[in-house]
Design a protein around this ligand. Structure first.
Ligand code: ADP
Ligand code: MG
Length: 485
């Protein structure tokens, strides 16, 4: 089955042919089936059948008026929303009691002895609607969004406060201010969390708005598939009918020319319609070098906010919140220990906690400082930063590459200097408490985004160049006395 009809000549706004509605209807049912328990689906939706459609309406038969009232109160809204998501237009769902369907179902059930509904409700039709039907459930969780990524669970600190406040403002007033918005920062600092928190909040507050969250990876895959299956118009509809479009990790657009093109047009359509768009990227726009100018230009149009690694105090606050949420038996001393030693990002803080929780569960012991120190040795395996200054790092790295520390702090950007400088910045970030702004200052007054980019580059290169990590380890060893332990 496919809905390949329609936009071959580019007239996507033409009325969808009636037979397409049947396709949308069965797709909508499938989507609902995924969201409901098997029993709920069997009880209420299996017995619906498509009868016909008219302009902006599908007519569905139900076996009884009891059924109709149940299905209307429970699912009509959700079905209509799903139809709108799928088709990009409003389609009303009309339920009619159809004797023929009822008779067919009765016959089938007599044969299989399988009527769950009436078995539980011998004369359901007589029950007053209010007691028979539980109140319609609160709006279902958005399928693409993780409920846990909400604003309440996002700990505010200096490092993320601008991005967090922008995200909250957007969620409260999508499409009105800060459109588009780009949230950037390196891995594990909360980009996905914030994007999804916007989606969850809009979905919760403004039930009629269509929220679409997608990673660039998924967007690309769906796009390719839509070409293969000739369902391009559905793909376009899906994204161009969004009221709030959240696209995660746009750095992965690099090198994907066709997808860039598609996103560019999606952007324009939504921008013109004043729909909200929020993007995330692991680096600032200026460093999305492999993207075409016209796309860069689109990202630059709105608000760009960054996420920085959390400070010591914020790391403590984040850990405290997570310990409380997960009801973990860990004392403040251990929280402080982790905060002192894990400075990279929030994901690593979570990793440390998860490891301790696993230990405590398996060994059934309360986590002491000694246990934490031992179990988290890998995560902590960085020399104590307090004794290492940026000067020493610059000297050591320069020496290793046969340069001078002044070269690393200077203006020259030749390859022979640029790479060692990136390595030095990376090591500084790994070993010290310096923020990216401070590191930038130490390296000739460079911008913090340059430091972020440098660290990113080194990490990327480590993935493809197996000699780099050992080289960096070697530099680190020559910097510091052997580890205490
Ligand atoms: P990114 O997308 O930037 O790589 P994520 O959004 O996946 O990072 O965040 C990594 C983890 O850290 C997630 O589990 C997220 O919930 C958590 N996290 C990030 N920032 C915060 C914060 N400020 N408060 C609480 N949890 C956070
Ligand atoms: Mg992410």
């Amino acid at each position: 089955m496919s809905a390949t009809h329609g936009s071959a000549n580019g007239t996507t706004t033409a009325t969808t042919a009636a037979w397409d509605y049947e396709v949308f209807w069965s797709e909508a049912l499938k989507e609902l089936q995924e969201q409901l328990t098997a029993q709920e689906f069997e009880t209420w939706l299996r017995k619906l059948s498509y009868l016909r459609s008219a302009e902006s309406e599908v007519v569905i038969s139900v076996p009884s008026s009891f059924y109709r009232s149940q299905v209307e109160s429970r699912y009509q809204r959700g079905l209509e929303q799903t139809l709108r998501d799928l088709s990009g237009q409003s389609i009303r769902v009309e339920f009619v009691v159809d004797k023929a369907t009822a008779a067919a179902i009765a016959e089938e059930e007599a044969a299989t002895g399988n009527d769950k509904t009436s078995a539980r409700r011998p004369d359901a039709r007589l029950e007053p609607r209010s007691s028979a039907a539980p109140p319609p459930p609160a709006r279902r969780a958005h399928r693409q969004l993780n409920q846990e990524y909400n604003f309440a669970r996002f700990v505010e600190g200096e490092s993320n406060s601008f991005a967090l406040n922008a995200a909250m403002a957007i969620a409260n007033n999508p499409g009105r201010s800060y459109n588009p918005c780009l949230i950037y920062g390196s891995v594990g600092l909360g980009k996905t969390h914030l994007l999804q928190a916007i989606g969850n909040e809009v979905h919760r507050q403004l039930t009629d708005l269509k929220v679409v969250y997608v990673t660039v990876e998924t967007f690309t895959n769906e796009f390719i598939q839509s070409i293969k299956e000739k369902t391009g118009h559905r793909f376009k509809n899906r994204y161009r009918s969004a009221d709030v479009l959240l696209i995660d990790d746009v750095q992965f657009l690099q090198g994907k020319v066709e997808t860039q093109h598609e996103l560019f047009h999606t952007f324009n359509a939504l921008y013109d319609a004043k729909k909200q768009m929020v993007f995330s990227s692991d680096r600032p726009v200026a460093e999305l070098k492999a993207l075409p100018d016209r796309l860069i230009n689109r990202f630059e149009r709105g608000l760009n906010v960054d996420l920085q690694p959390p400070s010591y105090e914020t790391r403590i606050a984040i850990l405290r919140q997570k310990v409380e949420e997960r009801q973990i038996d860990i004392g403040d001393d251990v929280i402080e220990l982790i905060s002192r030693n894990v400075r990279t990002n929030v994901r690593d803080l979570e990793k440390a906690l998860t490891k301790l929780v696993a230990y405590a569960e398996l060994v059934e012991r309360t986590i002491s400082i000694d246990i934490a120190n031992r179990e988290l040795r890998d995560l902590f395996s960085r020399p104590d930063s307090r004794n290492i200054g940026v000067d020493a790092i610059q000297r050591t790295v320069a020496e290793f590459f046969s340069l001078t520390a002044n070269d690393l702090r200077g203006k020259k950007r030749t390859k022979a200097i640029a790479f060692p400088r990136q390595v030095a910045m990376y090591i500084t970030r790994r070993l010290t408490e310096y923020s990216t702004t401070e590191v930038g200052n130490e390296f000739g007054g460079r911008d913090h985004t340059t430091v972020m980019y440098a660290c990113q580059k080194v990490e990327e290169r480590m993935k493809t160049d197996a000699t780099l990590e050992p080289t960096i380890q070697q530099i680190i060893r020559s910097l510091s006395p052997p580890e205490i332990d």
